[in-house]
Design a protein around this ligand. Structure first.
Ligand code: APR
Length: 245
């Protein structure tokens, strides 16, 4: 089957679904100018992932913040939703998409208009005091002196999940509820290699959900649970699907 026929098949599955959800990774934001973590131009090719080690952060927050600011905050807020984000928002407006579970921390699904977004790995948009737990909007926090501090004097940490850190319990329980109800998953831009996030599509498949996957490269899902694989970029594939609805 060529891409045209696959797009039509994917669009039909989406139209017939009763409870479709999006499952997204860094790849959906590449066309918004945010580099992925792995693959060509992947962040981890040039940056040591230990910058996101929780124990390293606690040991020396001032040092950790130098890298965190450079990688995650120097261009904070400049990226905009692309056609793929906007298509998922349109699917929610049509009452087809019931929510998005994202591994991304860039807030682009919300900016595109999706209201039910589960940020499985937290978000860049907030910071939290590691001493008293007070939360701040990242846009209100000055980063001219590092580490940024809370009113209580405690160090502020970005409110996204570091390596060695657990998944926020609410994100876990909310995701599980959606996965249990899903009859269709639209997986966009993820290697499917990072657990426990990548377990979620497998759980959906196990109870009979259909899987549409959009990714220019094969992922850990492609030859295991994917029903319709579109080897395309997110924006191009989602635009074509929307034109076939
Ligand atoms: N459209 C769709 N997919 C794309 C595009 C694009 N334009 N460009 C790249 N991709 C795909 C790549 O082929 C790859 O499969 O997006 C995926 C990006 O992989 P990763 O960078 O590993 O992103 P992700 O799978 O979301 O990583 C999961 O790992 O480091 C942690 O917490 C981090 O949430 C992240 C998690």
């Amino acid at each position: 089957m060529d891409n045209k026929e696959l797009i039509k098949k994917a669009a039909d599955l989406i139209s017939q679904s009763k409870y479709a959800i999006g499952f997204t990774g860094a790849g959906i934001s590449v066309e918004s100018g945010i580099p992925p973590f792995r693959g060509e131009d992947g962040l981890w090719n040039t940056t040591d992932p230990s910058i996101l080690s929780l124990s390293r952060f606690y040991r020396d927050p001032a040092k950790a913040w130098i890298d965190i600011k450079k990688v995650f905050y120097d261009f904070f807020g400049q990226a905009k939703p692309n056609a793929a984000h906007k298509a998922l928002a349109q699917l929610e407006q049509k009452g087809i998409l019931k929510g998005v579970i994202t591994q991304n921390i860039d807030n682009l699904h919300q900016e595109a208009g999706n209201s039910k977004v589960i940020e499985y790995h937290g978000t860049c948009s907030n910071m939290v005091c590691i001493k008293c737990g007070k939360k701040y909007r990242s846009s209100d926090v000055k980063l001219n002196t590092l580490p940024p501090k809370c009113e209580c004097g405690g160090v502020l940490k970005p409110d996204f999940v570091f390596f060695e850190e657990g998944i926020p319990s609410e994100a876990q329980s909310e995701s599980q509820k959606m996965i249990d109800k899903a009859d269709l998953l639209i997986i966009i831009g993820t290697t499917g290699e990072v657990m426990p996030a990548a377990y979620l599509p497998h759980m959906a498949k196990r109870h009979g959900a259909k899987i549409i996957e959009i990714n220019p490269h094969f992922s850990a899902f492609t030859n295991s649970i994917t029903d319709i694989y579109l080897g395309m970029k997110a924006g191009e594939a989602m635009t074509a699907i929307m034109n076939n609805l």
